[in-house]
Design a binder for this molecule. Sequence first.
Ligand code: ADP
Length: 163
Amino acid sequence: MTANIAIYPGSFDPITHGHVNIVERGLQIFDKVVIVVAVNSAKQTVFRLEERLELLNEIFKDNDRVIVDGFTDQLLINYAKSRNAKAILRGLRTVSDYEYEFQMAHANRHLAPDIDTIFMMTESKYSHLSSTLIKEIVRYGGSCQDMLDPRVETALNKKLKQG
Ligand code: ADP
């Protein structure tokens, strides 16, 4: 039997407990979740692609149902096809996430009707959490306990101190 695969795309700059929660819940539905780190030239990131991949690999190193990969210069839907994915997994936090997600899901559906986008409502304790917010907190010396893996927090502290 072929494995049911979902791809979970995002910037993961850096990965938060909110992302981990979506991956864990995705694994309750799918056999494998492929975390795809997107390089978006319009988005300036704190961590380079290789650094984001390294942190993700570290966090999921004990879970062989999670695959970490990076992708550049191709349509996400073509990447999903190349992985034989059944679905694209996305998290939804607030209504402001909705408009963009709605547009992307329709575009992807148009391009590949047999690959569905599955949305998961964020767990309420993570609904305020975004990588952007976390970077602000750490930049100004706040603690991100309960929001980030300590290894990620250490890496972020180091990165932001380097300026
Ligand atoms: P961000 O918006 O934090 O920069 P990404 O581009 O890395 O996030 O997001 C990848 C996916 O993870 C998106 O579907 C996003 O909605 C989802 N996501 C991000 N943070 C959370 C969270 N706290 N809870 C649930 N889903 C989340």
